[in-house]
Design a protein around this ligand. Structure first.
Ligand code: FES
Ligand code: FES
Length: 237
């Protein structure tokens, strides 16, 4: 008898309901049967187990989405605390500033983002190009690598502080005279580094100038004219 899903009468007058579900069986399904896992593993879940597990798992996930951390016993994440900050007082181009900054703030970001002095450029932000060079207490530094909070009481000079009114610093003028820039992105750093190089007395020869200006890169390749500008300023050439 092959009828399924209906009631039939057997000769013994017993009434039997034929289910559309296959009977539970201890006999393994035949090779290739959908009930058998691809690997034929005895531990592979049956279809019923899989559906039941999926249903429960889905309920947990849905509960997690609705009820949030209570499902897993975790507390809501604390609101992110404000990063630690410090007050720093420093003099920039002769003007005193007192600001509260995140302790991770670089001098470059302090200048550009807090004091609106954007002449110092951010090239690599990693100490490799020199575009951010400024003077701190007369010494040239990469401001992108210098923490602002360490400069309490320091004297900082940036490219904006070199000219005296309408009169350019001699090295600024020399850069114009020698046509020592093209795009100009590196130029403020080159000039600040050149001022430091001259003050340090490392201008004995073009080779020495190159050596002591080697931390300042120029993607436009103006090195020959930059060296001439430093020589002009140092020696009046
Ligand atoms: S931006 Fe500071 S060294 Fe490049
Ligand atoms: S002038 Fe363009 S990077 Fe130096």
């Amino acid at each position: 008898m092959t009828v399924v899903g209906t009631t039939i009468r057997l000769p013994s007058t017993e009434r039997v309901v034929m289910s559309t579900e296959p009977p539970e069986s201890t006999v393994s399904p035949p090779e290739g049967s959908p009930e058998q896992s691809p690997e034929g593993s005895a531990s592979a879940p049956s279809r019923r187990t899989f559906i039941a597990t999926t249903a429960v798992g889905g309920a947990v996930v849905a509960g997690g989405l609705v009820a949030g951390p209570s499902v897993f016993g975790a507390e809501p994440a604390e609101a992110a605390e404000a990063p630690p900050g410090s007050r720093v007082s420093l003099t920039v181009n002769g003007k005193r500033h007192t600001v509260t900054v995140d302790n991770r703030t670089s001098l470059l970001d302090l200048l550009r983002e807090h004091l609106n002095l954007t002449g110092s450029k951010k090239g690599c932000n990693a100490g490799a190009c020199g575009a951010c060079t400024v003077l701190v207490d007369g010494r040239r530094v990469n401001s992108c690598l210098t923490l602002a909070v360490r400069l309490d009481g320091a004297e900082v000079t940036t490219i904006e502080g070199l000219a005296k009114g309408e009169r350019l610093h001699p090295l600024q003028q020399a850069f114009i005279d020698q046509d020592a820039f093209q795009c100009g992105y590196c130029t403020s750093g080159q000039i600040m580094s050149g001022v430091g190089c001259i003050d340090e007395g490392h201008t004995g020869s073009p080779e020495e100038i190159r050596e002591f200006m080697s931390g300042n890169l120029c993607r436009c390749g103006c090195y020959v004219k930059i060296v001439r500008a430093v020589e002009q300023t140092a020696h009046g050439k």
